[in-house]
Ligand binder design. Sequence first.
Ligand code: 9WO
Length: 249
Amino acid sequence: MGLMHFDVVTLFPEMVATIADFGVVGRARRNGLVSMGLENPRDHTSDVHRTVDDRPYGGGPGMVMKYEPLAGALEAARQRAPQGSPVVYLSPQGAVFNQATARRFAELPGVIMLAGRYEGVDERFIEAHVDEELSIGDFVLSGGEIAAMAVIDAVVRLLPGVLGDDDSAAQDSFMEGLLDCPHYTRPEEVAGRDVPDVLLSGDHAGIARWRMKQALGRTYERRPDLIEKLELNEEQQVLLDEYLEEQRQ
Ligand code: 9WO
């Protein structure tokens, strides 16, 4: 897979643009592995006030994003995005975005994302144009931009060539479905706390075993729902039992 394109329809394009300037996503864009487009519905209005929102039918607080400016912005985004790019609306009402969704998106030529503001988007726009509604978690933001940026970040780091071999993504598959193990760096002792001996031992098999044990133990304690979804192999079951035994002491 070559270049992947992300397009975001947003009233705050400058906010979303920052994702393309920093870190892993910034480097991927500079290396030509990722392209990004931004479209502001305000640039698709025809009235002097450049109105993008209006009062909700039925009354109540807040404002709703109008259909027509969104449709104009989406049309512009579609012209940049490859054929086959789904339109994704980020909202708390969506299905929860997870690593499996990130992997699915990483196989696509592109994704068009809609970041809403105010109380939301006219439902007719969602019905007519949105392929998928996604949430990054059970909380309310003041807009979909940060959620769109989170999705972009999670997907970009899975694209071939984005992370080096010794970067984390290759190793991530090793602990697939588990929480990460603890990490330590110099100095060997700080604030009266030592680095676990095994990590200083040079015993690479022992270190790998310790890390897997920690990952299993932490996942069991903090996210039992994730452990239930896994089929632990015999060695992993032994490691988890050892972890729990060590915790008891
Ligand atoms: C605002 C609001 C105010 C009073 C009562 C209920 C309310 N709901 C909302 C609301 O959901 N606003 C959204 C703001 C409209 C769509 C864009 N916004 C948004 C997206 N907030 N949070 C997200 C989001 C997206 C993905 N994952 C988690 C949260």
